[in-house]
Design a protein around this ligand. Structure first.
Ligand SMILES: [Zn+2]
Length: 114
């Protein structure tokens, strides 16, 4: 889920992830929008995390990836579940359905084979 500014006079009509309560440009209350399924993105940047911060329940090392999603104003950050990232690599969003943590760690990316 993402949010979008419903103000037709606003210059920013792209989607926002993480969702915003109000538009950063015109301060109008945002509305919810559903992304198409599957969500396919492109790796914009990545780094290998060797020492995770407190509260990160991922085993290290892992790949932290910034992923461009078509139509978004933002470039969300998450992690690559398996494989080695490259800039421009296509990835697909997946979600932890069994034993979710109810945190941002419940969504991640996997390599997308076309
Ligand atoms: Zn706006």
């Amino acid at each position: 889920m993402a949010t979008r500014c419903p103000n037709n006079k606003c210059s920013e009509n792209r989607l926002w992830i993480p969702p915003r309560a109000h538009c950063p440009d015109c301060h109008t209350e945002m509305i919810w929008k559903t992304l198409p399924n599957p969500v396919i993105g492109t790796i914009y940047s990545f780094t290998e995390v060797v020492y995770a911060g407190i509260g990160i329940e991922l085993s290290t090392p892992y790949w932290q990836v910034d992923v461009e999603i078509p139509g978004l104003a933002t470039i969300p950050k998450s992690y690559l579940l398996y494989g080695k990232p490259t800039i421009g690599m296509k990835v697909k969003a997946e979600f932890r359905m069994k034993t979710p943590t109810n945190t941002v760690l419940d969504y991640y990316w996997v390599p997308y084979e076309q």
